[in-house]
Design a protein around this ligand. Structure first.
Ligand SMILES: Nc1nc2c(ncn2[C@@H]2O[C@H](COP(=O)(O)OP(=O)(O)OP(=O)(O)O)[C@@H](O)[C@H]2O)c(=O)[nH]1
Ligand SMILES: [Mg+2]
Length: 234
């Protein structure tokens, strides 16, 4: 077994309102990373994270569950937390040890009361967070509305890193950090990496600049580099 010093251990904590899809997303990540060879579901009581009897009875998470993977000489701990604030102790203790918090939203609802409660703790403990707009396959899912609700919650510091797009019926993601488009097959899996389509270039460029400027604004060293080079590398 590999041994890691504290600099090479990163804790990534999944938080979010009840039923936003944290456990399903974690399961999918473990599957796509090849750590499990069968993707379980909450309905079938077969996820890695919700393994306790009470969680399987309720069909929802009750405990913070740590899982892990290795990536580029780092040990990445992925902690899936419950969404219901009855279990706020589990959520709080996980946020305290987080290097990065991932706040999962359901694209049908955007920011919910549960998201607000959890955000207050993320803010209080001054943790960086990435928002994932999840469940975009629903008919009434609305990415833009969800993003606006994030801005309503955290203010203008929120910037897009990726946005979803349907191209020829296929689910795609435009990544404005890497400036690439990822196209997924119907069953998910490894996406095809493609150039950003012509009709998305202007928007993608604008979002890329916003992202770079926001990053520079928050860090003196990056700001100096930004003035020197006019942009920042990935
Ligand atoms: N259509 C659709 N359903 C999803 C998606 N992700 C999760 N679900 C369903 O949403 C429900 C809740 O999913 P969970 O993964 O248990 O959500 P959670 O955030 O872990 O819930 P708590 O732990 O109780 O807070 C389940 O019925 C999932 O099958 C998605 O991307 N699309
Ligand atoms: Mg869960």
């Amino acid at each position: 077994m590999n041994v890691f010093d504290h600099k090479h251990i990163k804790n990534i904590v999944f938080v979010g309102a009840h039923n936003s899809g944290k456990t399903t997303l974690t399961e999918t990540m473990l599957f796509e990373a090849g750590l499990i060879n069968r993707r379980g579901t909450v309905e079938n009581k077969t996820t890695v994270s919700d393994y306790q009897e009470i969680e399987q009875e309720r069909g929802s998470s009750v405990f913070a569950t740590p899982m892990h993977t290795e990536w580029r000489n780092y040990k990445i701990n992925i902690i899936d937390t419950p969404g219901l604030d009855d279990f706020i102790g589990e959520i709080l203790s996980s946020i305290r040890v987080a290097d990065t918090v991932v706040t999962v939203l359901n694209a049908q609802h955007g920011v919910e009361v549960g998201t607000e409660i959890i955000w207050n703790y993320i803010d209080r403990y001054n943790k960086p967070t990435l928002f994932v707009v999840n469940q975009i396959d629903h008919l009434n899912a609305d990415f833009e509305e969800s993003f606006n609700s994030i801005k309503g919650l955290v203010g203008n510091n929120a910037v897009k890193v990726q946005y979803p797009l349907i191209v020829d019926g296929a689910q795609c993601i435009v990544d404005v950090l890497k400036m690439k488009m990822y196209k997924f097959g119907p069953e998910g899996g490894k996406p095809e990496k493609l150039p950003i389509p012509e009709d998305q270039k202007e928007l993608a460029d604008r979002l890329h600049n916003e992202l770079v400027e926001k990053a520079a604004e928050k860090d003196e060293e990056l700001l100096e580099l930004f003035f020197e080079k006019g942009t920042l590398s990935e």
